[in-house]
Design a protein around this ligand. Structure first.
Ligand SMILES: [Zn+2]
Length: 308
């Protein structure tokens, strides 16, 4: 348990070291398709190079169809991601799924032709109905390039929807999609490529600290979801942001972090302290181990609300 946690702490420290510069001049959120690389027999990815508002894009290539995972921010990125899918697939059928409906993962879908079948969990459909383009508007206000990329961006309707799981036969390889409930968002969807033991984990297990981005996000549920991810015994985890991980280190790192937040926050609540006091105390206890204070506070507030 200890080793993976220390590993994630070391990485957090690294993020702290580089973040002030990155915050001043964020590169434009463009999917760099030239980075396409094969990570397993059936899977290729375009890494995000840890650029904010760029997702890791995935392609699962079967004998008769190709599944694309995440679109990039807005139609221009979506069109570039689609071009790569066409080159990889030739005349094969195309499917598209997104890890969640945040703009950089989902709002390029409209650039794909109508023949591409978009697969959504019913929880994603609910997220779109509840929050619409709110986050896209926030992102668009951050910079002129974001505004340009998101111009006229809108959600595309699902061609195929599922409640819990959806198994897609691509020919010689299957992609199993699972709706994971409310972790980062209520519509979190993972994609498991059993033949290659590759897991597209969305925001559920990454190098960066977990973001409780939805009013529905639950720390207790997230911990249960991590058990579900670990049970798959992935050889490679492709998170929706940041570097790809071998084995289950991202999962154990998140578990240790969330367990510590849960336990420290419950102690604060039992001592009769307010949620704000718990945020201050638990944040101080983490110190440099959790450089993203906003994400840490989000997790503590969820833990406080859930503590018995
Ligand atoms: Zn997100």
């Amino acid at each position: 348990m200890r080793a993976p946690f220390m590993m994630i702490i070391a990485v957090f420290a690294l993020v702290t070291a580089v973040s002030p510069l990155a915050a001043q001049t964020p590169p434009p959120p463009i999917v760099k398709t030239e980075g396409l690389r094969q990570i397993s027999p059936h899977v290729q990815i375009i890494p995000d190079n840890s650029v904010p508002l760029v997702p890791n894009v995935g392609y699962v290539i079967g004998d008769k169809a190709v599944l694309v995972i995440d679109t990039g921010l807005g139609p221009r990125n979506g069109a570039a991601v689609y071009d790569v899918a066409q080159k990889l697939g030739g005349g094969k059928s195309l499917y598209l799924v997104t890890t969640h409906v945040h703009p950089e993962h989902d709002l390029g879908a409209q650039a794909f032709p109508a023949t591409t079948k978009l697969i959504r969990s019913t929880d994603q459909v609910k997220d779109i109905a509840e929050f619409g383009l709110q986050l896209a508007e926030v992102f668009a206000k951050r910079s002129p390039i974001n505004a340009e990329l998101l111009k006229d961006a809108d959600f595309r309707k699902a061609d195929i929807s599922f409640a819990h799981d959806y198994d897609l036969d691509l020919g010689g390889v299957h992609a199993k999609m699972t709706a994971m409930g409310a972790n980062h968002t209520a519509g979190d969807t993972i994609i498991w490529i059993d033949a290659d033991r590759v897991l597209f984990a969305g925001d559920l297990a990454m190098r960066a600290q977990p973001a409780f981005a939805s009013p529905h996000s639950s720390l207790a549920h997230w911990l249960a979801s991590l058990d579900q991810l670990e049970a798959l015994k992935p050889a490679i985890i492709v998170p929706s942001h940041g570097p790809t991980g071998e084995g289950t280190g991202f999962i154990s790192g998140y578990r240790a972090y969330l367990n510590e937040i849960r336990d420290r926050t419950a102690a604060e609540k039992h001592a009769g302290h307010s949620a704000d006091e718990a945020v201050a105390t638990v944040t101080a206890a983490f110190g440099d181990r959790a450089p993203d204070k906003a994400r840490l506070a989000g997790a503590i507030k969820a833990a406080y609300a859930e503590a018995q």
